[in-house]
Design a protein. Sequence first.
Length: 420
Amino acid sequence: MGRFADLELKHYAEPERGDRIDFRDGALCVPDEPVVPYIEGDGVGVDITPAMKSVLDAAVTKAYGGKRRLAWWEIFAGEKAMNLYGTAIPDDSFAALRYFRLGIKGPLTTPVGGGFRSLNVAFRQVLDLYACVRPVRWFDGVPAPLKRPQDVDMIIFRENTEDLYAGIEWEEGTPDCLKVIRFLKEEMGATGFRNDSGIGIKPISVTGTKRLVRMAIRYAIDHNLPSVTLVHKGNIMKFTEGAFRKWGYEVAAQEFGDRCVTEEQVEKDFGGKVPAGKIVVKDRIADAMFQQILLRPSEYSVLAMANLNGDYISDALAAAVGGLGLAPGANMNDEIAFFEATHGTAPKYAGQDKINPGSLILSAVLMLEHLGWQEAADLVVTGLERSISRGVVTYDLARQREGAQEVSCSRFARSVVESM
């Protein structure tokens, strides 16, 4: 019997070293050598994942002098899992993430022809990773379309398990779709759509909304950030998007009333000046928010929104500061945190040691911060900033910047380490 006797694995051998992260009194208890399950990823995962691991190992060693280290343990999903086990996500991978409460992955391609609609969505829904967390900021030296990209420093909390991403839809003309249309028209009296429509359902729940907004507000409090903005389309979809806004304000008032104020309260009760120690909870219509992230980004810090709005705005915000190559991400709930590259697999570059590993490296920074290893996280960010500011960058940034030194994926990782 191994060290992790209560970890039930059908195919994988358990980790040879490392310990499990635990919870005590509602807080993470992180050992000096935590097991970190990782999925290499498809396509360019073969390049960026080793680069990320080398940067993290160097940062942890430098920060803690060998007293801490990461116990990397490979698990599988995507093409590699199909080749080894005949399934896109083996049950062992879900079991590992539940047990060790942590993981990181490269990009995945969903196999064509059945099974999961999306491997990324499958992880989120099976493990109930209800929050997609996407910090966005600008790095000096990265070409960006904004005049003042340095004003962008936001973190998006996007609901992960419902809204249109719940995947409840029926194809036009199918018996099931026609049955739904008949029900909507004859039983519910619904109008405004045609008989040759495809139909999708958009569920937004009290539970899904409140736990997401709760996490966003807690993050703002823990990181001393000035505001949380609820982004919605409630002027049109009053009982889904509008309800998201309503329930978000309820969480702020009922659970964080001693720390949160609304914009209306600031104007009415405090003469337009935010009281010390208070977080402003406000809301914006989604289409107006697209303007705000371009024209007035310095006025926003934490954004909370339902899935589809978050999908659009997170990518648009990343583009505003230079693109997805340096956009990190995490999918998490109250016990499990799963970090990931936010870009695709780019199969035409796979194995060429060419692609920018920045997204996965910065996602790993989020992982270090989640562990409470801030010293190592800061070293990685410092190394990344210095390498980029010197113009030592991969092709995607080099082609946009005159005088840059184009380097490979692995060489960029070494530059980050050398610049710590």
